[in-house]
Design a binder for this molecule. Structure first.
Ligand SMILES: NC(=O)c1ccc[n+]([C@@H]2O[C@H](COP(=O)([O-])OP(=O)(O)OC[C@H]3O[C@@H](n4cnc5c(N)ncnc54)[C@H](OP(=O)(O)O)[C@@H]3O)[C@@H](O)[C@H]2O)c1
Length: 345
């Protein structure tokens, strides 16, 4: 039998794209990893960091080598020498901050989830298109080398007709009423925080599902605790099974099955990992071992964004805003089907 071969990932040279001037809003843990990845692995420049708490923002700037510090976050929008704003604050603040940034002519990279609802996402998309600036969700998985390999395999027909996608991301989050994860006002719950990864993965392969059948649990105040959904594509051509949880850790694996071959994205599929292509008894595996610290790979999305800006694009061709919006629509359809339960923590 013919042996199976994986294509090499295609990289954008991080120093062949414009060096944009970034304003960072938020000083939480993902902002720290993002800034470090930009400094160490891209040609992008972090010009300023802004958040509400002046002391914490100063400390963040000192720890991550940023010269300029501003409070409140909105002060970034008045700066003329910023090209793009990275929004790394809790979900519920994404819409307002993104709209403010766009209104002052700045491109935006918005942490996942892009917004709290599909309606909010559509509002940001409409505003960015009208203003002629680029808006992109920081769904970093899309910009990883393994995602490029997977796209090439699918484009070349290596998988045959795709019939099935499976992806999970669950974590065991201890109950903490002070955490945004457990606060309904801040978009708490598994779906918006980590469930968007498997749903977005399924969407990247199968598109927006025609049918969404879900099961899971939600607290009376609207915190989704776990959800499993069967997402069926147009005409029933293929199904995806996606799951998420705040109650239990799952492997974070992903699989795409076709009539000719199968691809397993190695755990954790949302971060740089690698993949295995299997056809019959043959298989080939590629491990992404470029970074020992997974969040160093956050730089790929920033380099991609700069390349899209250079091309005059207003959205990512790898992750269009209509798709970002549709994924949040799928989240809403899943949430509506969950069983409300009074869980004691
Ligand atoms: N891509 C990834 O792998 C990844 C990983 C983790 C998180 N995320 C996403 O990143 C976002 C932030 O998560 P995180 O865990 O980094 O959060 P975090 O550690 O709680 O940090 C949030 C930051 O936002 C600021 N902030 C809080 N509420 C705000 C508000 N209402 N308006 C403006 N600023 C506010 C806080 O500083 P001040 O209080 O000083 O303003 C803080 O610096 C979330 O949407 C999350 O889904 C992505």
């Amino acid at each position: 039998m013919e042996s199976v071969t994986l294509p090499a990932p295609r990289h954008i040279d991080p120093f062949a794209v414009p060096s944009l001037r970034w304003g960072v809003i938020g000083t939480g843990w993902i902002a720290g990893y993002f800034v470090d990845a930009l400094r160490e692995h891209t040609g992008q420049r972090v010009s300023v960091v802004a958040a509400r708490d002046a002391e914490r923002t100063e400390a963040f700037a000192a720890a991550h080598g940023i010269e300029r510090v501003l409070t409140p976050p909105e002060a970034v929008f008045d700066l003329a020498d910023i090209d793009v704003v990275y929004i790394a604050t809790p979900h519920a603040s994404h819409r307002d901050l993104a709209l403010r940034a766009i209104a002052t002519g700045k491109h935006v990279l918005v942490e996942k989830p892009f917004a709290m609802t599909a309606a909010e996402a559509a509002e940001i998309a409409a505003a960015s298109r009208a203003a002629g600036v680029l808006a992109m969700e920081a769904m970093w998985t899309r910009y990883l080398p393994q995602s490029d390999v997977l796209r090439q395999l699918i484009a070349e027909g290596e998988l045959g007709d795709i019939t099935q996608v499976v992806a999970d991301f669950g974590s065991a989050a201890s109950y903490d009423p002070a955490s945004r994860l457990w606060d309904p006002a801040q978009g708490g719950g598994a779906l918006l925080d980590i469930g968007v990864y498997p749903i977005s993965f399924a969407s990247s392969i199968l598109g927006t599902p025609e049918r969404v059948q879900a099961s899971g649990l939600m607290t009376p105040d609207g915190i989704d605790l776990r959800a499993t959904a069967l997402l069926t594509s147009a005409g029933g051509a293929a199904d995806a099974v996606v799951s998420t949880s705040l109650l239990a850790k799952t492997p974070a694996s992903a699989m795409v099955v076709g009539t000719l071959s199968r691809v397993d994205v190695l755990p954790a599929f949302f971060a740089p990992s690698g993949l295995r292509l299997t056809r019959g008894e043959q298989s080939e595996e590629w491990i992404d071992d470029r970074f020992s610290q997974r969040y160093d790979a956050l730089g790929y999305q920033a380099t991609a964004l700069a390349s899209f800006v250079a091309e005059g694009r207003l959205e990512s061709p790898l992750h269009p805003l209509d798709e970002v919006t549709a994924v949040l629509g799928t989240v809403e359809r899943i949430r509506h089907q969950l069983t409300v339960t009074d869980v004691a923590f």
